[in-house]
Design a protein. Sequence first.
Length: 374
Amino acid sequence: MKVPLLDLTAQYASIRDEIDAALAEVVTSQRFILGAVVEACEAAIARYTGSAFGIGVSSGTDALLVALMAEDIGPGDEVVTTPFSFFATAGVIARVGATPVFVDIDPVTLNLDPGRVADSVTKRTCAIIPVHIFGQMADMAPIMEIARSHGLVVIEDAAQAIGAEHAGKRAGSIGDYGCFSFFPSKNLGGFGDGGMVVTHDAARAERVRALRVHGEGVKYHHRVVGGNFRLDALQASVVRAKLPHLDGWSDARRANAALYSRLLGDLAVREPSLLTLPGIVTDRHVFNQYVVRVADRDRVREELTSAGIGTAIYYPLPLHLQECFAELGYLRGDLPETERAADRAIALPIYPELTTDQVRTVADALRGALAGLA
Ligand SMILES: *Cc1c(COP(=O)(O)O)cnc(C)c1O
C-alpha cells in the first residue's frame, strides 16, 4: 500500500461542488481584485481565529512582511525569533533590513523557548515572532509578558496553526498580529498562494490595509511605500468555501495523530534514543505536520521511501546556519536543541483523508526501519 505525504485530490473530491460554485461566482462577476468575496473571507477568518480584523494578503510570507512594515521595523532593529521554522519567518526580518536574533527551542514542543527569549532582549529589540510550529501553539503567556514588560510587538507566525487553541485562545489572536498562510499544503489551503493578517487593533488593521495597496490612502495618494500584497478573489472564494470544513479536517488530523501515538507509544517509551513522538502540551494541536524524531533519520527515510511512504524533512538546516545569514556569525553548536531537532526530524503522512489502514502501514514500516537500527 502506497501512502503519500499529502493527497489534496481526496479533499477536493469531497467538496468539489461547493468549491466549483464558489470559483464560478467569482469568474461570473469578473471581480478578481479585492471586493466582496475577499471582504467576506476576511470577516470569516477574523471571526474563526478570534480577532477583530482580517486583512487578506498575497501569502503567509507577505502577511509577516507587512506586519513588520506596519511597525516601521528596519535597519538597526532586532527581532527575536525561532531558528526552527520555514525560511519566511526569518527572511522577512532581513528583508526589512532588521536583524534576526535566533533563540533556541524547547526540545519537547520544538517551539521558541520563552526562558531564552528573555535573555536575548536588548535595547535594539523591537519585536518577537513566535512560530506555532507544525500546528501547536508556542508558549504564548510568558512571551507576551516579556513583550509587554519591554514594549515589544508580537507577531504570531500562525501559518501552520489555523484553529490551534490553548487556554481558550486561538492561534493568531494573542499577539499584536497573527499571520496565516493559505498555501495549498496548509490546513486551510487555497488553490495557489494567499495569506491573512489578523489583529485586534483598528489602527494596525488600517496600516496593513494601506500597505497591501502600495501605501495608498486616498486613491493615487501615498503616505508610505507599501507593495502589492493583495489576496485575490479566486483564492478568497476557495478559502471561504473550505472554512466550514476546517474543524472536521483538524479533528481527523488529531485522530490520526492519536492513532500514531497508540501504535508507536510503547516503542517511544522503551527506546527514547530511537524514537521521540510529538510533545503535546496545549489544548488543541492541529497537526499541520506530524513530526517524529528518529535515530539515523536519513536511513529511516530511505526505508520508508522504498516502502512507498511519503515523508519530508522539516527542516534539514536551521535558519541560523543558512548561508544567507552567515554574516550574523552563528556557528554550529550555538543552538543545540534546534540542531538536534534538524538532524532527527521526519514528517509522516497525517492529512485528514488517510485511512486507518494507511496510518497502520506507516507505523509498521517505521517500526520495521527502527528495528533495523536497534
Ligand atoms: C508556510 C509558512 C510560511 C509562509 O507562508 P507562504 O504562504 O508560503 O508564504 C511562513 N511561516 C511558516 C511557519 C510556514 O509554515
